[in-house]
Design a protein around this ligand. Structure first.
Ligand SMILES: Cc1cc2nc3c(=O)[nH]c(=O)nc-3n(C[C@H](O)[C@H](O)[C@H](O)COP(=O)(O)O)c2cc1C
Length: 187
């Protein structure tokens, strides 16, 4: 199987006005695109959700779009800031919309923060949550500490090694995406 046979969704986990994680998500998406895989950026802000909405209770219009996109996906990369050691509520509202389309697909985890630890705690919380959703959380994650200072105006990384630090997470997502797609197809 080729990378071009895969669709990897990059999920930007915060809708906060003035967020810095959007540049990290765009950077990750560029790296994924460079592998030849198909990729799409999903912004949780676009959902407009303010309350919980689950497709097994009520299939609203937006959920239908998301379910279609998530069903077509072979893997997910979640780029999430750490808010009080946890992930933003809007990310949970977004992902809780459905369940089945996530099953047996890899999740790459990316933590961002304004501090020096780069979202290490949020990644551990995401590991538990994505497993509950049926995703396979891959190792290693990627971290973007001091995310506000990590990119220039055009979104280029300040540290030339940032791509090198991030690539192992992407390589692992692609490995699992191929392996699990093969297994799902054989089912
Ligand atoms: C409600 C809230 C809680 C936060 N809690 C943490 C935290 O627990 N740990 C941390 O390192 N940064 C924390 N931050 C700072 C974020 O890491 C910072 O905003 C960073 O730029 C990434 O998030 P952003 O995409 O919203 O900009 C918090 C920010 C907000 C808005």
């Amino acid at each position: 199987m080729e990378n071009s046979d895969l669709l990897i969704l990059i999920i930007l986990g915060t809708g906060r006005e003035g967020r810095a994680s959007d540049k990290a998500a765009a950077f990750v998406q560029k790296l994924v695109a460079a592998t030849g895989a198909n990729t799409e950026l999903i912004d949780v802000r676009d959902s407009g959700l303010t309350t919980t909405h689950a497709d097994w209770m009520d299939d609203g219009v937006f959920a239908a779009d998301w379910i279609k996109t998530a069903t077509a996906a072979d893997g997910f990369i979640i780029v999430s800031p750490e808010y009080n050691d946890f992930f933003p509520g809007e990310l949970k509202l977004f992902l809780d919309q459905t369940m089945k389309p996530y099953s047996r697909k890899p999740a790459g985890l990316v933590g961002t923060s304004s501090g020096q630890w780069g979202g290490t705690r949020v990644v551990e919380e995401l590991r538990v949550y994505t497993s509950r959703l049926g995703m396979v959380a891959v190792q290693p994650p990627a971290y973007f500490p001091k995310v506000q200072e990590a990119f220039d105006e055009a979104g280029a990384p300040i540290n030339p090694k940032l791509a090198e630090f991030t690539q192992p997470m992407i390589d692992e997502v692609l490995w699992y995406a191929k392996a699990l797609k093969t297994a799902r197809t054989a089912d």
